[in-house]
Design a protein around this ligand. Sequence first.
Ligand code: FES
Length: 163
Amino acid sequence: MTKSTEVFNPQEFSDMKGILARYDEPASAILPLLHYVQGVYGHLSEEALTFVAEFIGVPHVRTFEVATYYTLLFTEPVGRHLVQVCRNLSCHVNGSEDILQALKSKLDIDVGATTSDGTFTLVEVECIGACDHAPAIMVDGDLHRSVTVDSVGMILDSYREKT
Ligand code: FES
């Protein structure tokens, strides 16, 4: 079994035990634990996924399946700011492809890539719950509604200034 100290410091391990204690069934803690680990390390390393699987007593493959299923979980490092572009119907018919092209052009990266300075990662996602103000994008946890090609640069600049 992977030792917690090989992967997490004592405070992190304590936090994880606290999360686990909230659930009657250890396997039910899989998403909160993965979310916690990603919050601390920015992504889910192979070692972390292996440890979480052993920690809650599920096969290793289970944490890998969950981590690769959800678009908000990352098994590789991502940029400091995550730009998610909705590609579902409302956004699509309201110009999300133009927004995506503008973002790709401004960031000089393709979908799934991270800028060379590590500032932005660009991904496409399914509906983010702002269909009535499509096209919508989400940067980190912030929802941007009724985005236009002209507003893309301003949105990116507001995050460039943040650490
Ligand atoms: S379709 Fe884009 S937010 Fe719902």
